[in-house]
Write a protein that binds this ligand. Structure first.
Ligand code: FAD
Length: 561
């Protein structure tokens, strides 16, 4: 047999939200646990995210006066998800989500609040137009992490100001509309950051942890208190089976193979194949740009391949959490574009200068439409976000911030920003037919002036309106583009992670192609094929299930179920 160098009850592979929560639940159920993390930083894409979780029927929603119904939630997800996703998996998610959040609230320092954030297909049967299924974390004090603060992943450049300053969702809104006190609020947070001397000389991290940093920070503090080690720079290399069950794994530790026996089992939580170009080419030709993914660079599908090597099945490997992204040259990922598309004064066009979608739909729908358009017509990657002078002065557009003049932008941002005094001049800079762009904008403007978008219905759905400018009527998403200079920035069909992966059952056990569980092996998060199939029912449907199935897996492993 194998010569083990270490032995524990449970090994968790990957330190994202799903992995850390599984480790914590197992530890609290008296298992001896270790988390192995490939990167020198912990937290995965989860740390760089919004930290939002989609949880039907939570106590928090009830406190806001929202009476949810789990059958509605099931019906809603079932209709959107893929046919090959078993009912039991969706049921398991819907039924365990609220108990998971209750457990997290009782056992960690993260505070989640229920948000009036509509489901992404709110008008479908079982959807919630008023929201309250999406939950966001409150600010968390990074001081509690001690030295581990410095090895936590920084937030995404798309989810922080100037690439370092953390903000909460509420603060984003205050800044977006420059509401009362926005400047003092910003100045205070910047002062807190720059006068944080102990950290300022040694790290770029902001001690005020928000969004995904707040979630993963709180989980790590709880792991530290429970005595669960997170071994950094320790990639899993392969799984080891004995008598038909997974008995442990081999990692690389200090550059050498190191075998760890897992008495109760292994939880794979190593993310998707976000940054593996070869796996994308082979499995997901529609989402074929590793550089455009918002996932972290260390997510290369290692644990999907390791599962396959011991007989695991896979499912929906062609799918991704699609999203439109900006890409600033030199950055290691695409920047998710969420709010901007819904704001008045901008449109998205293809390389022929034509609109082809409702810009204000969810990032997943827009990302899917862009990818499909590119496959069919070859003119949508990149597409262009086009906006006018007023938009430029009012709102951010990806890396471009209002009030920061064009000449103060970095060279990288300048290199992708197109500008023209007239639409025709802008079009020439973009390499688009000037007459076509002029015609498109004239047509868009005629409808927008009346608050109408007869072609693509922008601003009609509850979701569109949420991100629109509430002060702008009759349609918060539509305003004619009138005054120059006009601007354009390339926008690509990208994603925020792949979401096909190992096949799992309702207990998060990895199964083979015949549906038989592989004893001792579990998979959660983007390492597993999502219960959502190819859909995105609402904000938080990637981390919500990652954590819920982490909770389910750990309870099953430790006999708590
Ligand atoms: P990750 O969090 O990526 O963790 C995987 C970890 O495994 C990584 O640390 C990786 O280094 C490690 N790993 C990889 N290979 C190995 C190996 N061989 N051995 C050991 N470790 C390994 N989703 C939501 O639900 N809500 C949101 O609000 C949200 N906002 C987002 C905002 C942005 C800007 C982006 C980019 C994404 C957002 N997402 C959101 C998507 C979400 O972040 C991911 O889908 C989710 O975090 C994936 O979680 P995970 O646990 O599967 O993987």
């Amino acid at each position: 047999g194998m010569e083990w160098q270490s032995e524990v009850d449970v090994v968790v592979v990957g330190s994202g939200a799903g992995g850390m929560l599984a480790a914590l639940v197992a530890a609290k159920n008296r298992a001896e646990v270790v988390v192995v993390e490939k990167d020198k930083l912990w937290g995965g894409t989860s740390a760089t995210s919004g930290g939002g979780i989609w949880i039907p029927g939570s106590d928090q929603a009830k406190a806001m006066g929202f009476e949810d119904n789990l059958d509605d939630a099931f019906k809603y997800v079932r209709a959107l998800s893929a046919d090959n996703v078993p009912d039991e998996n969706i049921r398991a998610y819907v039924e365990n989500a609220a108990p998971m959040l209750r457990w997290v609230t009782a056992n960690t320092g993260v505070v989640y609040t229920s948000q009036p954030y509509p489901d992404y297909h709110a008008e479908n049967p079982g959807g919630s137009v008023t929201g309250y299924r999406t939950h966001l974390p409150e600010m968390f004090d990074g001081t509690l992490l001690g030295e581990d603060l410095k090895t936590q992943r920084l937030p995404s450049p798309a989810a922080s100001l100037f690439g370092y300053l953390n903000w909460t969702f509420a603060e984003t809104y205050q800044l977006l509309y420059r509401g009362p006190g926005w400047l003092t609020g910003l100045a205070k947070n910047m002062a807190k950051y720059w006068f944080d001397w102990p950290l300022r000389f040694t790290s770029r991290k902001d001690r005020r942890l928000t969004l995904g940093n707040a979630l993963t920070g709180a989980l790590r503090v709880a792991l530290n208190e429970a005595g669960v080690p997170v071994w950094l720079k320790t990639p899993m290399k392969e799984l080891v089976t004995e008598n038909g069950r997974v008995a442990g794994l081999v990692v690389e530790k200090d550059g050498k193979p190191f075998a760890i026996r897992a008495r109760k089992g292994v939880v794979l939580a190593a993310g998707g194949f976000d940054k593996n170009q070869r796996m994308r080419d082979a499995n997901a030709p529609l989402y074929n740009k590793a550089w455009a993914s918002g996932g972290v660079t260390s997510n290369t599908g290692d644990a999907i391949r390791a599962g396959q090597a011991v007989g695991a099945g896979t499912m929906n490997m062609h799918s991704a959490w699609a999203a439109p992204v900006f890409h600033v040259p030199g950055e290691d990922r695409g920047r998710l574009c969420t709010i901007e598309r819904a704001l008045p004064g901008c449109i998205m066009v293809n390389q022929k200068g034509q609109r082809y979608l409702n810009e204000a739909a969810s990032y997943h729908i827009v990302g899917q439409q862009m990818a499909r358009r590119q496959r069919e017509f070859g003119d949508a990657s990149p597409s262009w976000m086009v906006f006018d002078r007023k938009y430029r002065h009012q709102f951010p557009m990806g890396p471009l911030l209002p009030l920061v003049p064009d000449w103060l932008q970095s060279g990288a941002v300048k290199s992708i920003l197109k500008k023209g005094r007239t639409i025709a001049e802008l079009a020439r800079d973009m390499g688009v037919d000037p007459a076509a762009l002029e015609l498109q904008i004239a047509r868009f403007n005629a409808g927008a002036a009346k608050g109408e978008d007869p072609e693509f219905h922008r601003g009609e759905a509850a979701y569109d309106k949420m991100y629109g400018d509430y002060r702008h009527q009759p349609n918060p998403c539509l305003r004619p583009l009138t005054e120059g200079p006009f601007y354009a920035m390339p926008i690509y069909p990208g994603d925020i992670g792949t979401n096909g992966g190992l096949r799992t059952n309702a207990k998060a056990q990895v199964v083979d192609d015949a549906g038989q569980p592989i004893a001792g092996l579990y998979a959660v998060g983007n390492n597993a094929a999502s219960a959502m199939g190819e859909s995105y029912p609402g904000a938080g449907v990637t981390i919500g299930p990652a954590m819920t199935f982490g909770y389910v897996a750990a309870r099953d492993l430790t006999g708590a179920n």
